[in-house]
Ligand binder design. Structure first.
Ligand code: DQA
Length: 137
């Protein structure tokens, strides 16, 4: 089972960035726990602050991997291109957000990914990535 976690812009700052919203753990530390927990899964991690790189990665893995866990971060609310990429690939995508996007500003309520995602998980902190991976197993 091949699963990739793709994180979008500013998620490289987890741990330092608005800890009251996103917690104080770095994603690298959390990812090590994910690798230990899901030993049977061939897990890959990719992060980019660049919209086109996220689209390229979706194209690269989207016809061979078993699952994609995607936190497109701010691009979730703006990117028709990432939404179209999710629609165009074969691999199912679970959209995830650390925070409860529906309890925040109105502009975070819109997702260009959700209509083409297998499911959406938000509001459970980093634990949401565990839940997303489990959903593929
Ligand atoms: C986020 C929510 C987005 O609205 C925001 O732009 C992010 C992170 C989350 O994981 O809660 O960067 O995707």
């Amino acid at each position: 089972m091949k699963i990739i976690v793709i994180n979008g812009p500013n998620l490289n700052l987890l741990g330092k960035r608005e800890p009251e919203v996103y917690g104080s753990e770095t994603f690298e530390d959390y990812y090590r726990q994910l690798q230990l927990k899901f030993k049977t899964v061939e897990l890959t991690y990719f992060q980019s602050n660049i919209e086109g790189e996220i689209i390229d990665k979706l194209h690269e893995v989207g016809f061979s991997f078993d699952g994609i866990v995607l936190n497109a971060a701010a691009y979730t609310h703006t990117s028709v291109g990432i939404g179209d990429a999710v629609k165009g690939i074969d691999t199912p995508v679970v959209e995830i957000h650390i925070s409860n996007i529906h309890a925040r500003e109105d502009f975070r309520h819109k997702s260009f990914i959700a209509p083409n995602a297998k499911g959406v998980i938000f509001g459970f902190g980093l634990k949401g990535y565990d839940l997303a991976i489990e959903s593929f197993l």
